[in-house]
Design a protein around this ligand. Sequence first.
Ligand SMILES: [Zn+2]
Length: 480
Amino acid sequence: METLIKTQFGLIKYERSTNFPLQEGTFLSQSIKEAFVYLNYSLSKLKKGEVDESLVNSLFNDEEEILQILEDLIEKFKNKAIICKKERTYSSSDGNADISVLASVSEEGEIKIYNAFFNTKEIKDNRGGVIIHEVAHLSGLEGESNANESTSNPDSAEAVKNFCLCACGKLSLEEINREKESPENPEEEEQTYRPDQARAPKGQPDGGQWVYEGGGSGGSSKGESKGGTSNSEGGGSSKINKPGNFGPSMESEGNPPKGAISNTLRFCRIDESRNSTGEFVDFKDTFKIGIYRYDDTIEGPRTKSGIWSAFDFFDSGYKPESDVTVIVRLDFEYFGRDKKIQKKSIDVAYDAKSDKDGCVKIDRMSIVNLESEINGSNGNSTVDMKSDIKIRMKISSVEGRPKEVFGSANIVKNSISSADIRYYAQVHASADEKSNYAQRDKADGGIIKNYRKKTNEKDIYSGAVKISLTENTVSEIDNN
Ligand SMILES: [Zn+2]
């Protein structure tokens, strides 16, 4: 899936296979973002003449050489040249598994990410650094040694990584030089990244032991974001100040939305082209209001005025590969065209299935889609588009498929007129073919008639927003 990450140095676009469990996907994105920030930060320091000459000279022939490499690598992050695939364990061409390999580059130019990449307890390498190393392989640098051995032709992916980590104060030159003498690994037939390879030493409090501080898994996401203020850990003598401007964009993207009852819940933002952005947001951030452009897959670019909200849903902690009904209950309070207050409710069931890691993903949980104007002509909304709308949402889940849980007579598809404010809320749940956002082939979802809470239902989310259509703002309100 295409994943977008916002950073203070611009947008990263990368592809990753869909078999990353939620938290690993988040951690990977975090690591890619970190690599990108290191590269940009190193480049800007280089351009400003703020990088120690001896650092440049011990790893590269001259500044121009590393400058071009950095620019080339940065482009790869921006242009979707990074494709990550999740695999359990690295195995060499003779079929031997090696569980210590974090990542490798395949002949097809994909970065394979192995389970070891996520084992931050036992393997301390800086994951941003690992990504830089692998992307350097993608740009043709095949060497694995700490510094470039030949002066005629820089070829070491590790030297690029070392340069960036030094420029960013994560590693010191002494530490790299100390290891220069150590014996090289024999040439690998495939370029792999394993922690015991000859490279900068481990074990020092900061520099050499590239402790990855950013969370990403679990929720303890201190991250590098506090780099400027909390330099309390370690205390090594050769410590270089951390760059202070890593800023809030290094913050973990993996927080649950406000109103989450399940702490594994995530809402993922969908962009103007209706692709998943990989960015986790609050309910209020899923709304587009006022005039906005979007690309319709069938009709192409359109300008629309109105309100729209939908998001990708993730929650984990389910039995692996089990049937799960996700229930979305919405209350809409708004003014009709006759200026009278209206209240409407809908209970929707999504027919979902957890993956082998017990994660339930729903592509496009749809909430509301009101058009006051579309491509210059009037929309068909029955809502007064110059007033306020309140939307209250509760999400819960229960084991089993919707018709098993609520009875087949109680699940109905598409029984609401398109002018009704509730229409869009049931569209994707009602789809029954995969191509139309159904969560499985022959999906069972739809509107729940006569909803009654089940005793084994698990509450996941409760929240509400108020939308001002005159000011084009969305704010959170109490869900009562
Ligand atoms: Zn390598």
